[in-house]
Design a protein. Structure first.
Ligand SMILES: C[S@@+](CC[C@H](N)C(=O)[O-])C[C@H]1O[C@@H](n2cnc3c(N)ncnc32)[C@H](O)[C@@H]1O
Length: 302
């Protein structure tokens, strides 16, 4: 694995403006650089197993950055997200081996390079550590698998761990990560390849994780309502999503944070705690004026 400065040099050589931004983030956000070092070390055996070189990881990340830039430019002109509907996202992204693999590798790395992703990831890690006990856990839309790995590391007492994802490729990547990095935990996981709206486990969970999925579904209230019924009476759910965040597989456009809160409320959830994270260091007026990405994360109870 590269040292952090080698990785930053590589990104700067291939995308100078973005490389500069990453270097600024790593220098200014407390803990980010150390967590990046730990991530690169932890990810190495998974990458070796998949014969993924670190330059390939960096290239996958840059592909994602370029896709997002293109989607943003288009969004500024049209006001629309690139994918027409879920069918198109399934065909062009979730079931496309190369596109999905690059996207998930890039997204994994972005947790340690982007301030707003790092903040949401840190919110998740700190909140799950505060929960005294988790016996049955569900993750919806695991993607790269890092949230699942953190949940199972923080809570070795988990007895049932279910993972549902519409993409077989996400499930494969996450399974491979867990098998290499946390083999005991991996053996107990039930992997379900399906749309969350069809998921009927016949049991309830004391913790549900659903990071960055709501903007991928046609009817977020329907998805949240189903999950509200899958929580135990004292259960909690972590949810994150975003407003004004065009990318290749986003289909549900939240226009504001308040719209996200209203959606959560309509599905029967109460917001226990939340974190609102703008993607850029600009004023609230400019965020709204330029319709820039805002991430939203919360801990919910039903
Ligand atoms: C952007 S990734 C999120 C990865 C990770 N949870 C995070 O927060 O960074 C979205 C994931 O949700 C999955 N997904 C999208 N729509 C879904 C649906 N209707 N049911 C289940 N999984 C879905 C995708 O396949 C992908 O793995």
């Amino acid at each position: 694995m590269p040292r952090v400065d080698e990785l930053v040099d590589y990104l700067s050589a291939h995308h100078p403006r973005h490389g500069e931004k990453v270097a600024r983030n790593l220098a200014s956000v407390a803990g980010m650089k150390d967590d990046l070092v730990m991530f690169l070390e932890r990810y190495q055996p998974f990458m070796e197993r998949g014969q993924i070189g670190w330059e390939q990881l960096a290239d996958a990340y840059l592909t994602m950055v370029n896709q997002m830039t293109a989607a943003r430019l288009d969004f500024m002109r049209s006001g629309k997200y690139p994918a027409e509907d879920q069918t198109q996202a399934v065909q062009d992204v979730y079931s496309h081996e190369q596109v999905m693999t690059e996207y998930m590798l890039g997204l994994a790395l972005s947790q340690f390079l982007w301030k707003h992703h790092y903040q949401v990831y840190s919110f998740y890690r700190s909140r799950i550590r505060r929960i005294p006990q988790v016996t049955a856990a569900l993750e919806v839309g695991t993607g790269h698998g890092l949230f699942l790995l953190d949940m199972l590391t923080a809570h070795p007492e988990v007895r049932t761990s279910d993972v549902v994802d519409i993409s077989d490729i996400s499930l494969g990547l996450t399974k491979s990560l867990l098998q290499v990095v946390a083999p005991d935990a991996a053996r107990a996981i039930r992997w379900v390849h399906d749309d969350v709206v069809r998921f009927e486990p016949g049991m309830s969970y004391d913790f549900i994780t659903m990071g960055e999925v709501l903007e991928h579904v046609p009817d977020p209230v329907r998805v949240l309502s189903r999950l509200a019924h899958l929580l135990t009476p004292t259960g909690r759910m972590f949810v994150s999503t975003c407003a004004n965040c065009p990318t290749i597989d986003h289909i549900y456009h939240f226009h504001s944070v308040q719209e996200i809160r209203d959606t959560i409320g309509r599905a029967g959830f109460h917001i226990e705690e939340e974190d609102v994270v703008p993607s850029e260091d600009v004023s609230a007026e400019d965020l709204e004026r330029y319709r820039l990405d805002i991430l939203y994360a919360a801990i919910l109870r039903a």
